[in-house]
Ligand binder design. Structure first.
Ligand code: ADP
Length: 389
């Protein structure tokens, strides 16, 4: 495998694949200038014409070939795969070998919904271009630097270790990209800047990043812990699970579905889209208002907690669908925090835009920023750096 790396890479293009259980998202990037040559999504795998991941990747290959960007192009330097769970084994972007693939397979119990699809994507891509380096970039990797005091639950040590019960964190590619982009926006060295990153998409997570190094994050063993999300509860007394089983007669699988798919904003008010919640709040809908208030309250708790973890906060960065677009969430999350040196400028915050921008006042000690995330670019650059190192 290693023969195709180190020295023999000619092209500058990287294909990024994000293989989910029922969809494959792809982007083709040119690392010579970071430009996006193509992007798309193949959905509803397993239903209708796209029978399986093999068919889906063949469709990706055809779509690319149709634009003169076929997978056979010598310009292609690598394929970068998003892999959700790297456990404690993978903390860096990793060139995929048979042995690496076996190790990723061993991590399936930790991410039963995600890793199998990632693995299938890797295998199919390898069949299509066996000569090409395939690189796995893990969602957990950026959080591997968390100290034991943040990563370990206060659970019986031997039992926790036997079953890998600890905090891994997710969305790491985004947290890495956004913390770096925030330092760049401030014109400062990454090593000097302490940032709280708030990735608020359908899934949502916060992280405390000291000088580019993650020291805490809100997701844990799985992406269920932490903030209120579109359909996930986030933090919860674990005894609620025993209660639902004993008193509610629910099975473990039913509770899993309840907390992951039928809770969060959706479970609270029937909508998981912040736009719709905002519209309903405008009509005075109390359920939508309460869902918003619970979401924001949790967010403020994490901002406060991570300010204490970091000691000195230089920047707070909002990213992903809600973070980039909802001025109302940003305003409510940081309202009245001037005593902590956090002041959001109402006019700047309300301005819509798609670029990285500051929304804090001139006098705010902490810079508050909106930083659109770009996980594909981050995966592509990590993969490219590895194969050209
Ligand atoms: P994913 O986690 O699926 O990648 P995204 O980062 O794309 O999610 O975020 C999706 C969410 O962003 C939507 O569910 C929606 O609530 C929110 N969102 C998108 N656009 C807006 C907007 N203009 N205002 C408020 N929320 C928005």
């Amino acid at each position: 495998m290693n023969s195709s790396v180190n020295g023999s890479v000619n092209g500058s293009r990287v294909l990024v694949l994000n293989s989910g259980s029922s969809s494959v998202k792809y982007q083709l990037l040119d690392m010579a200038d970071g430009s996006r040559l193509a992007s798309g999504i193949v959905e509803r795998i397993g239903e209708g014409p796209v029978a399986d991941h093999s068919a889906a990747l063949k469709q990706v290959a055809e779509e690319l070939a149709g634009q003169g960007l076929g997978l056979d192009s010598p310009a292609l330097a690598a394929v970068g795969h998003r892999v959700v769970h790297g456990g404690t084994r993978f903390t860096e972007p990793t060139l995929i070998t048979d042995e690496v693939l076996e190790e990723i397979e061993k991590l399936v119990p930790l991410a039963p919904l995600h890793n199998p699809a990632n693995i299938t994507g890797i295998k199919v891509a390898r069949d299509l271009r066996p000569d090409l380096p395939q690189v796995a970039v893990f969602d957990t990797a950026f959080h591997a630097t968390m100290p034991e005091s943040a990563a370990r639950y206060a659970v019986h040590r031997e039992t926790a270790d036997r079953y890998g019960v600890r905090r891994y964190g997710f969305h790491g590619t985004s947290h890495a990209y956004v913390s770096r982009a925030t330092a760049a926006l401030l014109g400062r060295d990454l090593a000097e800047v302490n940032t709280i990153v708030l990735h608020l998409g359908n899934g949502a997570s916060a992280s405390a990043v000291r000088g580019g190094v993650c020291v805490d994050t809100s997701m844990g063993l799985t992406p269920l812990e932490g903030l209120v999300m579109g359909t996930r509860s986030g933090d919860l007394d674990p005894a609620a699970i025993f209660h639902l089983a004993r008193v509610g007669g629910m099975s473990v699988d039913e509770i899993d579905t309840l907390l992951n798919k039928r809770s969060g904003l959706l479970g609270l008010c029937g909508d998981n889209d912040m736009r719709e919640i905002g519209r309903r709040m405008g009509e005075g809908d109390p359920k939508a208002q309460l869902a918003f208030d619970i979401y924001v309250h949790r967010l403020r708790k994490y901002v406060g907690a991570y300010a204490a973890v970091l000691g000195r906060v230089d920047a707070i960065a909002f990213t992903a669908g809600v973070g980039e677009n909802s001025a109302a969430v940003r305003e409510a999350a940081l309202r009245g925090l001037s005593v902590f040196g956090i002041e959001v400028d109402a006019v700047r915050n309300a301005l819509r835009g798609s670029s990285t921008r500051l929304i804090s006042t001139e006098t705010s000690r902490v810079a508050v920023a909106v930083v659109p995330t770009d996980e594909e670019l981050e995966i592509a650059s990590q993969a490219y750096d590895l194969v050209t190192a």
